[in-house]
Design a protein around this ligand. Structure first.
Ligand SMILES: Cc1ncc(COP(=O)(O)O)c(C=O)c1O
Length: 484
């Protein structure tokens, strides 16, 4: 079937619906904005008229056979997948669906411990058992980069009944594994290759980016279109290829956790973002790379700052490739924690970075970045560092070691729990997650033994003003541990 990437079928259907002047006797109850005065004046008539629900001319996300089906086929074609599913609950929904479809209760999945919280919560839903593969840490940057193909193969060999391998490509920080080697390792062991490409929507669209999962034969990939693909926040796409995980089971898994009222605003943003990527991506991402490379060169001229590029890649390491659109800025050698740098950039220069950690800040260069934003960022960093009267660099703070796993995330989730002060919880088994967000990589997961190192690390994060989440206590002063 010929697929015309210049079309945007869902957008066309919404425009036609709007033009017809339909009298709405259906939800949403604001009815084209009439009942939502503030939203109407803020977003305008057209936007609110597009906030609709499933009906004949607009198809139904739960059983797409019309314009949503066509829009999803176009997305699958663009990304080189057999199937694409529009998601309105973020990449989290894609990861949960992958886990539900590929890893049943009591089945094993190999994954890196530096994965996003959604992989762990996906295992609580599915009942899958995690087998963590060791990850490498970049000692200078103080960041976990990921596992190597060799360590994944060794883990798969030790665990012959594993049914899936979960890979993050690239990491939040831009580190990209040898995705082809990872997929081959999974398939050599009859395991499905599930890939979290939350930060990799753009990978398919420029040869200088690391390889994307579909191009090397992965079974599934969850892409956060909203992060770097240009769609609205919370919209994402789940891609699949082949029948290692049967497509009917995947569809059933997506349906299990999807809303029956998928937002047309989010879905049409996927349709239009897909069309723009098809039409403009190579030029847009060439520009992104030029801006990022210019910024990186300028930042590396500022004494004490370091922004890694492709030079950090090594074929046998976990950093097989690097996504240059991620501008990671190591600032410990200039005497700042990442959290301090984030606050200075925001308070003095109205710059908001994507994330901060103990040693770094991360700025994302995307199709929406303007040259003047880059110049402002570089100039502000220069002003901050040159005006810095701290003459001493700070030692890089490494992330804490991976704790011992005592029970599965699902078992811990359903176990009796009690609250206790985090400060006195060393030796206890955690009943919940705790993480800095972003990046949302759990410091402790349900079922893991809490160590004094973890408690000390969390205390430092709090002193630095990091945004924590995961615990029932919003201040993370108390943690729920297993026990009655
Ligand atoms: C690596 C990774 N995976 C998955 C997600 C979840 O994506 P979403 O926020 O779209 O649900 C994130 C979010 O930041 C992420 O960083």
């Amino acid at each position: 079937m010929f697929l015309d990437q210049n079309r945007a079928p869902l957008l066309d259907a919404l425009i036609a619906h709007h033009a017809e002047g339909v009298h709405p006797f259906h939800v949403p109850g604001h009815k084209h904005g009439v009942g939502a005065r503030d939203l109407l004046s803020l977003f305008g008539q057209t936007t609110l008229s597009f906030d609709l629900n499933a009906m004949h001319d607009l198809d139904d996300a739960c059983n797409p056979v019309g314009v949503i089906d066509e829009a999803q086929r176009l997305a699958a074609h663009l990304f080189g997948a057999d199937h694409a599913h529009f998601l309105v609950n973020g990449n989290t929904q894609g990861i949960h669906s992958m886990m539900l479809s590929a890893v049943g209760p009591g089945e094993q999945i190999v994954l890196p411990r530096n994965c996003h919280r959604s992989a762990i919560t996906g295992l609580i839903l599915s009942g899958g058992l995690p087998i963590y593969v060791p990850v490498e840490i970049d000692a200078h940057l103080g960041v976990a980069t990921g596992p190597t193909v060799q360590s994944v193969r060794a883990t798969l060999e030790k665990n012959p009944f594993v049914c899936a391998l979960f890979v993050v490509n690239p990491s939040y920080y831009g580190f990209a594994t040898d995705i082809e080697g990872m997929v081959r390792a999974a398939h050599d062991h009859r395991a499905a290759a599930l890939v979290d490409e939350a930060h990799g929507t753009h990978l398919s669209f420029h040869p200088d980016f690391p390889a994307n999962a579909m191009s090397v034969g992965a079974d599934m990939s969850a892409v956060s279109m909203h992060k770097t693909g240009g769609s609205l926040t919370q919209s994402a796409i789940l891609l699949s290829k082949g029948e290692r995980v049967p497509h009917d089971i995947l569809k059933e898994s997506i349906d299990l956790i999807r809303s029956t009222s998928a937002s047309y605003l989010l879905m049409v943003s996927l349709d239009t973002a897909r069309r723009s990527l098809a039409q403009d991506a190579p030029g847009q991402f060439e520009r992104v790379l030029q801006l990022a490379r210019f910024a990186r060169t300028e930042i590396n001229l500022i004494e004490g700052l370091y922004s890694p590029g492709k030079e950090i890649c090594r074929p046998d390491s976990s950093v097989f490739n690097y996504d240059e659109s991620k501008l990671l800025i190591h600032c410990a050698s200039a005497g700042f924690t990442g959290f301090e740098m984030e606050r200075l950039l925001r308070d003095r220069f109205s710059i908001q970075v994507e994330l901060a950690d103990m040693n770094n800040v991360l700025a994302l260069i995307t199709i929406g970045t303007r040259e003047e934003d880059i110049l402002h960022l570089v100039g502000s960093l220069k002003t901050i560092v040159l005006g810095n009267n701290r003459k001493h660099s700070r030692p890089t703070v490494p992330p804490p070691l991976m704790p011992d796993v005592i029970s599965s995330p699902r078992q811990a989730f359903y176990s009796p729990k009690k609250f206790m002060p985090l400060s006195g919880s060393a030796g206890q088994i955690s009943g919940e997650m705790l993480m800095s967000y972003p990046p949302g990589i759990p410091i402790i997961c349900p079922g893991e033994r809490i160590t004094q190192d973890i408690i000390d690390y969390v205390r430092v994060l709090k002193e630095q003003g990091s945004l924590l989440q995961g615990t029932a206590d919003p201040l993370a002063e108390n943690i729920r541990v297993l026990g009655a």
